[in-house]
Design a protein around this ligand. Sequence first.
Ligand SMILES: NC(=O)c1ccc[n+]([C@@H]2O[C@H](COP(=O)([O-])OP(=O)(O)OC[C@H]3O[C@@H](n4cnc5c(N)ncnc54)[C@H](O)[C@@H]3O)[C@@H](O)[C@H]2O)c1
Length: 258
Amino acid sequence: MQKMIISGCNGKMGQVVESICKADGNIEVVAGFDVNQAKRDYPVFVSPANFTGEADAVIDFSSPKALDGLLAFAVERHIPLVLATTGYSEQQLAQIDEASKQVPIFRSANMSLGINVVLDLIRRAAAILGDSCDIEIVERHHNRKVDAPSGTAIMLADAAKEGLNYTPEYNYGRHDRREPRPKNEIGFSSVRGGTIVGVHEVIFAGRDEVLEIRHEAQSREIFANGAVKAAQFLSIVTAPGLYNMQDLVAAQNQGGAQ
Ligand SMILES: NC(=O)c1ccc[n+]([C@@H]2O[C@H](COP(=O)([O-])OP(=O)(O)OC[C@H]3O[C@@H](n4cnc5c(N)ncnc54)[C@H](O)[C@@H]3O)[C@@H](O)[C@H]2O)c1
């Protein structure tokens, strides 16, 4: 039985993670962390430091504000951490890097398998089309999302950057500029409305031809499932390090974690 803690347990994603853990049969949710103290059928702590029981992993879908407490908890208690929250600052990403030298940490701004196939396609498309096409990313999410552009949109741009033979500038909004689009930029457009779970389109627009690579998340379960798989992966991996979906997919292809 794997003992799991859900950080952000009273949020939309936290509740989906909880139902997946319960349906699994081999996972016991031993605690939750959340500033929202709504009752669940396991204890919920505002601060990770208040939990003194045993746990095998923490899955976090909460807020960048929870990061300090989570990292301190994971390092001190040596409990692996799955960080699915998005919107971290550069400084926070460096903190995550530092903590991963002491405890296994899995971080991905998108836990779905499909997006990770898309990343590979984007890298290859950018390598071939980067010189002849302009690259633009359009993302759509529900009206409760707080960060823009989405963490996934940035991951997609980073994948394009890896394939390009020049360093692109990321442009997050053109409202204050009156000039044509420079060649070396990747533009982001964010749509927010209703209950859209998440749509990402990467557009390669060339002279007289346009290629679009599109991913649509139709439920939150794809992310929650990926996060639970990541936690299972971390409970097998014992070495500290910063892991991502590519490590998980590689381990699955080899029939288990190394
Ligand atoms: N990586 C992925 O695949 C993926 C997929 C979906 C959402 N997300 C990200 O997960 C996060 C949560 O998304 P959501 O839709 O469930 O949001 P939500 O607002 O429904 O839930 C967030 C929960 O975290 C709690 N919280 C806020 N600040 C906290 C703090 N300082 N300490 C502890 N708990 C705190 C809130 O009370 C809430 O219950 C967001 O950053 C979102 O972008 C990532």
